[in-house]
Write a protein that binds this ligand. Structure first.
Ligand SMILES: Cc1cc2nc3c(=O)[nH]c(=O)nc-3n(C[C@H](O)[C@H](O)[C@H](O)COP(=O)(O)OP(=O)(O)OC[C@H]3O[C@@H](n4cnc5c(N)ncnc54)[C@H](O)[C@@H]3O)c2cc1C
Length: 408
């Protein structure tokens, strides 16, 4: 069956699901996006998009939409959490763009989704469609939704995130694991942060078993600051729910004696929830029958490299290219090619995200001193970032040294 005739159902209208719909549209291929929520709106959180993802939004002509609502970070700075001492300071902005070919921006998730669904077209997005089962035993896949409706498709893309139903249906069980970290996150107006040094930078404040990451968002150059606070606690996670109500001031438990700018930031926000950081093991296969996974559904990741959404966008570009190149080949050949091109890269980024968490949380001692020396070094920093941010997922025909050498 030719790709133009393929009826494609995308489950999940998040970052990856909307991006693959745009990537397919670039090839003149239609799809239908089924999203469980009544509205495409993620409240109260932001995201950092790096050049390995932003290059595609630029190529697709969406750059000006990002200009209006994205904040281009001026630098990437690492500090000691308690003293505020600068450990590493690496320019972003123009130098970053020159090196990696696109911008590094902070953006509110709701703004990102708005750009994406406007481009996809609401006529292609079906809201209030929470997938419950898929029957893949007949001539096509039948998707059944909780509202009692159903839809047919020749190919089902599971872009339904870290709590993926498609993955659960493929495996036959829910396989999430607690990563041993919990997090608080909030957005603070910049006016509330008079003590913050370098407010236009992406900054990591590091300590023993915990860290704070923040970056500016918003396109008006005054911006807000999005923060994300991680602690290796509690272990194990004592709740059934992934997100629980936070006690008043709970976010200061580990950070009360940190640098005044950190305490000021954490005290300026209303933080009412605490998030368990969960992940899933990498699978040997991302496809079964007519179903294929992408994004967090395929390779959910701890967020210490800020790459979950960026990897989802890379998946979308490659999967759309594989569908477009399918010609008269079989669905299974196309699925194999997509997995072959993506699994090795995603595995490396997942592993790097875990080790980055360890690196950020080192206690005082020789290892921390060595880490600090590495974070101060331009060359070591390039080794840490080049292979991720400089990667061009669409250039998969000829993997090369700069892109990490090998795919698998
Ligand atoms: C605190 C935190 C900070 C992060 N910061 C960054 C960052 O700075 N940069 C970065 O790249 N990544 C970051 N990430 C990771 C990033 O959020 C995810 O990796 C990314 O959203 C994954 O995209 P996705 O499309 O796979 O899934 P999602 O964006 O989660 O989308 C999944 C969609 O599927 C829908 N859905 C789920 N189940 C069903 C169902 N049964 N039926 C229909 N629809 C369904 C959901 O409603 C949702 O809209 C962060 C994550 C966390 C938790």
């Amino acid at each position: 069956m030719g790709n133009k005739k393929l009826r494609i159902a995308v489950v999940g209208g998040g970052i990856g699901g909307l991006t693959i719909a745009i990537a397919l549209k670039q090839h003149g291929i239609d799809c239908k996006v089924y999203e469980q929520t009544a509205e495409l709106r993620e409240v109260g959180a932001a995201i950092a998009l790096s050049a390995n993802a932003m290059r595609f939004y630029d190529q697709w002509g969406l750059g000006p939409a990002f200009d209006a609502v994205g904040y281009e970070a001026s630098a990437l700075i690492y500090r000691d959490g308690k003293t505020g001492r600068v450990i590493g300071n690496h320019p972003a902005g123009e130098e970053y763009k020159q090196r990696y070919g696109a911008r590094y921006i902070g953006i509110h998730r709701a703004e990102l989704q708005k750009i994406l669904f406007t481009e996809v077209g609401m006529e292609n997005i079906y809201l209030n469609k929470r997938l419950s089962t898929i029957d893949d035993s007949g001539d096509c896949a039948v998707l059944n939704f909780e509202d009692g409706s159903s839809a047919e498709a020749d190919f089902v893309i599971g872009a339904d995130g870290v709590r993926s139903k498609v993955r659960e249906l493929m495996l036959g069980y829910d396989d999430y694991l607690y990563a041993g970290y919990s997090a608080f996150r909030a957005i603070v107006p910049i006016e509330s942060l008079p003590s913050l040094p370098d407010p236009s930078a992406i900054q990591f404040w590091m300590g023993d078993g915990c860290h704070l990451l923040h970056y500016p968002i918003g396109g008006d150059r005054t911006g807000d600051v999005n923060f994300f606070l991680v602690q290796r606690d509690p272990t194990p996670w004592p709740h059934k729910e992934w997100v629980t109500p936070a006690e008043d001031g709970e976010q200061l438990k580990y950070f009360g004696d940190w640098h005044p700018a950190v305490v000021e930031m954490l005290s300026s926000a209303k933080v009412d929830t605490r998030w368990a950081m969960n992940y899933r093991m990498m699978l040997g296969r991302w496809s079964k029958g007519r179903m294929t996974l992408m994004g967090d559904a395929a390779h959910s990741i701890v967020p210490h490299h800020g790459q979950g959404a960026n990897q989802s966008i890379e998946d979308a570009v490659v999967l759309a290219d594989c569908i477009a190149d399918m010609g008269k080949g079989t669905l299974s050949d196309m699925q194999n090619r997509y997995e072959y091109l993506r699994r090795g890269r995603a595995r490396k980024v997942v592993y790097a995200s875990v080790t980055t968490g360890d690196m950020l949380h080192l206690p005082p001692g020789e290892s921390r001193d060595l880490r600090d020396a590495r974070l101060a070094s331009k060359e070591a920093m390039a080794n840490h970032l080049d292979w991720i941010h400089g990667f061009d997922a669409s250039n998969f025909a000829e993997p090369n040294e700069k892109q990490g050498g090998t795919w698998m």
